[in-house]
Design a protein around this ligand. Structure first.
Ligand code: NAD
Ligand code: GLY
Length: 365
């Protein structure tokens, strides 16, 4: 029996949608089937996740749908234009029309590429997110950012396209490899840092329960994270202002991911190191106490996340890759820093000298 614990709402006028959080939700026909408008469905998943969960999703769609399954190879390197084209080949060959609904069954890679495919197919069709990693459940499935990577930069080709529903079945986390669970924890910690100090302090106390995959603790962390994300996205859907705080640590993190080659460092691992660098810079500027940097370092280590940049990356590597980031506006790098735990701010006045000081200290650590 399914157990729906929470329903959140992303409030975006006519594009508003529910985020369902609970146990065994996948096969519940009331939830999934209720958000499919026509009779055609495209389920996009990958070769790792489909054998685990595809049957349950098919059951949740009921008997009367015409379903095309598109199974992608597993890996960040397949979040590409070439894979996108493969998806369209299969969907076109199966004759899907504009009433079709795309369903993303998987982590952030499947979610991002499926969302972008849905944004483009016949100029935009409905899609539903069924995220199966912690990272996707707390971040990528909510908010409508969809994209594929380009060899010169991550997520450089994409669109804002909101899902019509997000269905988070917390049970799927039981099969997630520990390293992937830890990577998702980086984004969970991010919400505490940027906008929810009580949640951050809760995480410092309860991380062991999350790592032990205690159902109640996971549901609490997912709900708090999605609630914070929904609140930010409802105010600033297209990242004209506030939404940029969700990128804490991402400018440094994307540099790491690009330098190492997609897939070597997990996104959440790169974000973990990036968040620590952002807090170090905040402390270097006297904005937060140095003790909070040590506190974050300890929490990341407890979570099984890296805290040091890759040994082979120099300050010059970081600066070159960060200059290409999407968050560079008119030649000025925009960074998310903290004024306090739970209060993020955006700065665009970081100069090369202070970044070199920061990065050279961290790279030497
Ligand atoms: P992922 O999608 O690569 O999944 C990680 C691994 O876990 C894969 O091997 C996958 O097959 C496997 N997996 C997934 N669910 C599983 C399960 N329940 N049991 C066993 N194995 C499972 O990685 P991710 O961390 O979920 O997502 C990273 C991607 O998300 C990046 O491309 C990043 O750019 C993107 N992202 C997007 C947003 C956004 O707002 N759109 C936000 C954050 C990250
Ligand atoms: N993950 C950042 C955002 O959704 O804006």
């Amino acid at each position: 029996m399914s157990l729906l614990m929470h329903t959140l709402h992303v409030e975006l006028g006519e594009r508003s949608y529910p985020v369902y959080i609970g146990r065994d939700l996948l096969a519940d026909p009331q939830l999934l089937g209720g958000h499919i408008a026509g009779s055609q469905v495209v389920i996009v998943s990958n070769a790792t996740i489909a054998p685990l969960y595809m049957d349950r999703v098919r059951a949740g769609l009921g008997p009367d749908k015409r379903i095309t399954e598109v199974i992608l190879p597993d890996g960040e390197q397949y979040k590409s234009l070439a894979t996108l084209s493969d998806i369209f080949d299969e969907v076109m060959a199966a004759g899907h029309n504009r009433t079709t609904t795309f369903v993303a069954l998987g982590g952030g890679v499947v979610g991002d590429i499926t969302g972008f495919a849905a944004a483009c197919y016949q100029r935009g069709v409905n899609f539903i997110q069924i995220p199966t990693t912690l990272l996707a459940q707390v971040d990528s499935s909510v908010g409508g950012k969809t994209a594929v990577n380009h060899p010169l930069g991550k997520n450089m080709i994409g669109a804002f396209h909101q899902p019509v529903a997000v269905l988070i079945d917390t049970n799927t986390l039981q099969t997630l490899p520990p390293r992937e669970l830890a990577a998702g924890m980086a984004e969970v910690i991010k919400y505490g840092l940027i906008c929810d100090e009580p949640f951050y302090r809760w995480l410092q106390q309860h991380m062991h329960r999350l790592l032990a995959r205690e159902e109640a603790a996971l549901a609490e962390a997912i709900e708090r994270s999605c609630g914070n994300k929904a609140a930010v996205v409802s105010v600033d859907e297209r990242e004209g202002g506030l939404r940029a705080i969700l990128n804490l640590g991402h400018t440094f993190g994307h540099a790491i991911e690009t330098a190492q080659g997609y897939g070597e460092w997990l996104h959440g691992e790169a974000v973990a190191v990036g968040m620590l660098l952002a807090l170090e810079l905040s402390a270097q500027r006297g904005m937060i106490p140095v003790a909070e940097v040590a506190g974050l370092r300890a929490l990341l280590q407890t979570s099984g996340l890296p805290v040091d940049p890759p040994a082979d990356m120099t300050a010059a590597n970081f600066l070159e890759l960060m200059a290409r980031d999407k968050k560079v506006v008119d030649g000025r790098l925009r960074l998310v820093l903290l004024e306090a735990i739970g209060r993020a701010c955006i700065v665009d006045d970081a100069d090369e000298r202070e970044l070199v000081e920061l990065l050279e200290t961290s790279v030497k650590d």
